[in-house]
Design a protein around this ligand. Structure first.
Ligand code: ATP
Ligand code: MG
Length: 445
């Protein structure tokens, strides 16, 4: 992409409505624009990152064997009356009437709809296990929408649902989700800690939330600092392997890590003092096993091998796709702006021409731009006739992790400069080696 042709409405001033850094930076970097309270338009740069995050979620869900599908945002109230949640959801549910005066709603989640699909089409244990998911807009009329996309009213969420014959199978589905979530967040450059939480209105007693530590997080968290060192890395996982998935769950949930909802002072006190931490965290996902709560309410039964009918065991699993943009920025920024992790960056490399209009500099920039593009990378070439300082500041603000700077003086000696946004360190390289280096950085992503 050439900067001169891109729609990137960067703000010079700090927007006064933003209380936290991620919201401020998303507005300043021209990623989002508020349409009304808690509802945002996604401008090209923001939309690009949203898509990157969404793609990682899709890839990791499908790697775990879960099937993508799509359900509508507008639903009839009928199923929600059947489950008892039409009233229970209260003022958070956006209720709509159609022209026939029928009660409709904007989906805040989709347990009812998916259970209805299941009961219509599945009746035998032979069709189990089954796990489906969607990534779809949700609406919750939050009392206090704030912090930009972090607590929106409209937000983008992955919601997945597993259907299993019995508790043991459903717990395997639970473990499988936990493993796939660990991989998902790591690919985004995030440390998200699974913490035992409270299942609240969802029912059931198996639930973990995934929390990203950040001062601006809305949850209070208590944990053993040794959880920070746990990483999933590139280990091989067979998602059908019950023991292996259970083993990963044990490894990642054995140490004390809880949100305030389930915090236990006595257990926490057993953690060696120097490892005890109290901090704040952003909830970026949650998984539940809730047994037969919805299948009983909606009469979703399956026939077992013994011919007997019983309600299907279910769980549901959410990832806050749009909230993740805020969480990633909270965890990756400095006073100059965003620092995108390579896994989600909107552009792989910035190209800065120090002397736009200089024949040699222009030609060298074009050559680098073209060779990167030909190799499948997306560079952002700042080809504007602007001061170099302004170009650097913008590239830093929008957080592109690598930058190649090209000017007539370097070119005389056959070199360009490759700079890391995160460390600020620069290297002088030939144009070809600079491109090669950037290619190799992204080779495994
Ligand atoms: P919270 O406690 O933050 O209100 P929740 O527990 O009600 O969230 P879930 O039903 O678990 O949310 O939804 C799954 C994920 O969707 C959450 O983990 C969170 O990342 C995201 N999410 C929930 N509410 C919002 C919101 N208002 N804006 C943006 N993301 C949200
Ligand atoms: Mg939750």
């Amino acid at each position: 992409m050439r900067f001169s042709r891109y729609f990137l409405p960067v703000l010079k001033e700090n927007p006064s409505e933003a209380q936290i850094v991620s919201h401020r930076l998303m507005l300043r970097a021209g990623m989002i624009k508020q349409a009304s309270a808690g509802i945002y338009s996604w401008l090209p740069l923001g939309f690009k990152v949203l898509r990157k995050i969404e793609n990682i979620v899709h890839e990791e869900q499908q790697r775990a064997g879960h099937m993508p599908m799509l359900m509508p945002t507008i639903q009839s109230a009928d199923l929600w009356r059947e489950s008892g949640r039409y009233d229970a959801f209260g003022a958070e549910m956006l209720r709509i009437k159609d022209r026939h005066d029928r009660d409709m709603l904007f989906t805040p989640t989709a347990e009812e709809l998916i259970t209805d699909i299941f009961r219509t089409h599945v009746g035998s244990y032979k069709d189990l296990p089954l796990t489906v998911y969607q990534i779809q807009w949700k609406f919750r009329d939050e009392i206090r929408p704030r912090f930009g996309v972090m607590r929106g009213r409209e937000f983008y969420m992955k919601d997945g649902y597993n259907f299993d014959l019995n508790k043991a199978d459903a717990l395997h589905a639970y473990n499988r989700h936990l493993v796939s979530y660990l991989r998902t967040y790591e690919r985004m450059g995030l440390k998200a800690i699974p913490m035992r939480a409270d299942s609240g209105a969802m029912g059931g007693d198996n639930t973990h939330e995934f929390l990203v530590l950040a001062e601006t997080g809305e949850s209070e968290v208590f944990y053993d600092n040794s959880v920070i060192a746990l990483t999933f890395g590139d280990r091989e996982i067979d998602y059908d392997n019950v023991e292996q998935c259970a083993g990963v769950l044990d490894e990642f949930t054995n140490l004390y890590a809880r949100t305030d909802e389930t915090h236990d002072e006595a257990l926490f006190a057993a953690v060696p003092e120097e490892r005890r931490r109290v901090a704040r965290g952003i909830e970026v996902g949650q998984i539940f096993y809730f047994g037969t709560k919805y299948s009983e309410a909606l009469n979703a039964v399956v026939q077992g091998p013994d011919g007997k009918l019983s309600p299907v065991h279910m769980g549901s699993h959410g990832i806050g796709v749009s909230r993740l943009l805020g969480a990633i920025i909270e965890a990756n920024h400095d006073d100059k702006g965003i620092i995108w992790p390579e896994g989600v960056t909107p552009f792989h490399c910035g190209i800065i021409n120090l002397k736009q209009g200089d024949e040699e500099a222009d030609a060298a920039c074009d050559a680098i731009y073209n060779s990167m593009t030909a190799l499948g990378l997306e560079p952002l070439y700042d080809d504007r006739k602007e001061r170099a300082g302004g170009k650097f500041a913008t590239m830093d603000l929008i957080g592109i992790p690598w930058r190649i700077t090209i000017g007539p003086r370097g070119l005389k000696n056959g070199i360009v400069e490759l700079t890391s946004r995160r460390t600020g360190e620069s290297e002088e390289l030939s144009p070809e080696s600079a491109v090669q280096k950037v290619i190799s950085i992204y080779a495994n992503m």
